[in-house]
Design a protein around this ligand. Sequence first.
Ligand SMILES: Cc1ncc(COP(=O)(O)O)c(C=O)c1O
Length: 420
Amino acid sequence: MQEFHYEGAQLTCEDVPLTQVAQRFGTPLYVYSKESIVDHCRHLEKAFNGQAHTTCYAVKANSNRAILEIIKDQGFGADVNSQGELFLALQAGFDPDRVTFSGVGKQDDEIRYALKNKIYAFNVESREEIEVLNSIAGAMGKVGRILLRVNLDIDAGGHAYISTSLKQNKFGVSLREAREILQWAKALPNIEIRGLHSHIGSQIQKVETFASAAKVLVEFIKDLRSSGLVIHELDFGGGFGVQYRGYIRHEQLPQEGGEEMNISAAVLVKTVLPLLQEAACAIAIQPGRSIIAHPGVLITKVLYRKQTEEKLFVIVDGGMNDLLRPSLYNAYHQLVPLELKNRPHEVADIVGPLCETGDFFARDRLVPQLHRGEYAALMCAGAYGYALSSNYNARPRPAEILVDGSAMRVIRERETLNDL
Ligand SMILES: Cc1ncc(COP(=O)(O)O)c(C=O)c1O
């Protein structure tokens, strides 16, 4: 699954040298490999080894329509977090009966839109949300299927902003509350309880974290059953970690390593599956990052080098408005040149043009030396890359290109000044 690799000195996506793509479409630029998207879907699905399940791609990770279509064609359902994401999923052709709607703050018109479009279920997060769903569904002569999101109070590690299952987080309800809410919701005329939902965080790298979540959920489901509640389904969420450091390996690149080197989302799923099966429920998962992080890169061009008394800055044309993850979560993206050229390595800050000290892609990082006009790729930028982009500093958003073999297709035009 190395659709990004060096052919000689050229970083290549499938059959296309990325320098060609950058020269043709300009930078900053998101480029995706179709083959890599398909491979990541298949690889994850293989982990189930034929066992019945539903995989709902978390649309928030990357909601480009062309990408959604590819994922839908792999037989996936979709998990959406807003009316907009549901709209895009439906446009991409996802079967509404394989769509779930997650999120703590669904608005009334979003609930109406979802019911009208006959989505499979709402992953609900509070008693009040269930009340509202019950009343909207009743007014529409419909029934809202629900999975109640539980907050397991588990520390999934990683950055605080992507942990979702600590009791101080806004997500889900505690197990004690869940029991009461389910007993109460059983009697509501326009609600059908399908089961439980849990999503403990993102970029989780340890199988033990998923295993402890699975064990608690299974015990809880058994307990609920013994008190007369019918639980058909368990949606285990997403969060399967991926390798960011050292994704591209080459003798001319600085060595990057660490624990991340051995992560495989498929292995995480495969290991936790036998535990989940003990719940005797239909199983669903909602992966985002593990499908679309690796298949995308952000290409950027060097504008200037600036040596201060303190540091060397390499200033590039992409910024935090294009790829927010480093600024927001201190996230790591490997930075590699599009042309190798036996470059010396140097320690530098790779920064963007925006008016923020937080506008950086790498800090004090050993990187191959890059000069004005040269291109570099930030690897593994397909998930939460374009999806988190903005027009901050009145910067038009970049274009998105899909490579398929030797073909390149614009799947989103670069914004222009008139779009601002
Ligand atoms: C409810 C829910 N499901 C799935 C995901 C996808 O997580 P990931 O991209 O880490 O797989 C998220 C992401 O935050 C989420 O909030």
